[in-house]
Design a protein. Structure first.
Length: 436
């Protein structure tokens, strides 16, 4: 085998015939056997030729059979089951490669024996045949490796794709289950903000899967070009893309809706907090007016109370606006949360009504007090005038009773007496007023 292989690799026609033990036997027989040498030599050469031809024929038949099996399997088109069958067959063919090498070794060994017993002219023919069969073997060996590698690569590629696709569809299913139920009504703003945050996380996850989908679609297109299977054709790719878009649209819809719900509730709560702060400030103003130690004049306190009453009317309008605003918020709030909102509005309404009631009562009280005070001052001024008039009358009366040289008649005395009685009656009538 070594001589034949060396002859093939170097393409050298010269061989050392004497290195072959069989040929040395033939030579010895020729030297000492006389006439029988020629017949024996031809018989041995013919036997070597036959053995060489037989080994070449068997090797060629084996390689043709292998190449035919490879040709049948050298196809990546079709369903996965067919590809799997081809992969198994090409693997078996790969396992048969050592058998082919043994057949080639036998060819080389038979060629080596033959080359040492034939003429130079015959050697060229044998070497040519060796060159051809060696080329055929190299082609077959390469074909075995490449055919199996191609099918195995497509198989592995397909397996990896199916694994990634399965993970993607599992994610799609889980996300669909998560997004399928209606949005759950929440208790308050904080819970709604948590719900929105969770929905935004889900949407971010969906958006991040877009790059994975692109890779899957790209892999599916590449696979389809190699296998042509319907599982990765355009319809299958469009179905995958459509299912993803449905999930993405639903995730976006939920985020938009929850943003609207949260914004409405946040605005409502801001308005409620502002109204409550306004009520607190209004209560402080009312308390200042109710403070018994306040040194403000009654007129100023009445003016402040009237301003408070005016602000209360404005607050009633604000409260009605809050009640109208709460209708939309309540629709997107849990029953318990809605009850709390209703109770909160009732509380604010009662506080406002209480401020209004206290303000009106205090204003009426101050008005009555001021009216009484004004009446008192009026009566005091009238009394003062009456007293001054009384003093004048007393002065005049005193002047009448003073001793003088005037001689009065009985009529004058009677008149003076009557004036005295009238003055006494007037004093008696005014005495209670003076005590007051």
């Amino acid at each position: 085998g070594g001589v034949a292989a060396s002859a093939i690799d170097s393409n050298a026609p010269q061989l050392r015939v004497l290195e072959s033990s069989s040929c040395r036997a033939v030579l010895a027989e020729g030297l000492f056997g006389g006439a029988a040498w020629g017949a024996s030599s031809n018989a041995m050469i013919q036997q070597s030729q036959n053995e060489f031809d037989s080994s070449v024929e068997k090797a060629e038949d084996w390689m043709k059979t292998i190449q035919e099996r490879l040709r049948i399997n050298d196809n990546t088109k079709g369903p996965r089951s067919a590809l799997e069958a081809r992969l198994r067959d090409t693997k078996k063919i790969c396992e048969l490669e050592p058998e082919g090498r043994l057949k080639m070794d036998l060819v080389l060994m038979k060629a080596d024996a033959l080359l040492q017993c034939i003429s130079e002219e015959q050697k060229h023919e044998i070497l040519s045949r060796l060159k051809d069969i060696k080329a055929m073997w190299e082609e077959t060996a390469i074909y075995i490796t490449h055919c199996h590698s191609r099918i195995e690569w497509v198989w592995l590629h397909w397996s990896e794709y199916l694994k990634a696709q399965d993970e993607f569809y599992t994610w799609l299913h889980n996300m669909k289950v998560t997004l399928e139920p209606d949005i759950e009504l929440q208790l308050g703003l904080k819970e709604k903000q948590w719900q929105l945050s969770h929905a935004q996380v889900l949407l971010k996850d969906v958006q991040n899967r877009s790059s994975l989908l692109d890779r899957l679609l790209e892999e599916a297109t590449s696979l389809y070009n190699r296998i042509g299977d319907t599982s990765v054709d355009e319809d299958a790719r469009e179905k995958m893309k459509k299912e993803y878009e449905e999930i993405k649209n639903e995730a976006e819809r939920r985020v938009i809706l929850l943003e609207k719900i949260t914004t409405e509730h946040k605005l409502y709560k801001t308005n409620v907090d502002q109204f409550r702060l306004w009520l607190t400030q209004l209560t402080e103003r009312l308390n200042c007016c109710l403070n018994q130690e306040s040194k403000l004049p009654a007129e100023n306190r009445i003016k402040a109370l009237q301003d408070i009453t005016k602000d209360v009317r404005s607050g009633e309008k604000k409260l009605k606006h809050l009640e109208a605003q709460s209708i939309d918020v309540v629709q997107n709030t849990s029953p318990l949360g809605a009850e709390k909102m209703k109770a909160e509005l009732e509380e604010l309404k009662k506080l406002l009504e209480n401020i209004k009631l206290v303000s009106v009562e205090e204003e009426e009280k101050l008005l009555k007090s001021l009216q009484s005070e004004n009446t008192y001052h009026t009566q005091a001024r009238v009394l003062e005038t009456d007293v001054q008039e009384f003093q004048k009358r007393l002065q005049r009366l005193g002047n009448h009773f003073e001793k003088d040289d005037i001689v009065r008649s009985d009529e004058d005395l009677i008149s003076l007496w009557r004036e005295y009685l009238a003055t006494k009656a007037s004093l008696t009538a005014e005495e209670p007023k003076a005590e007051k």
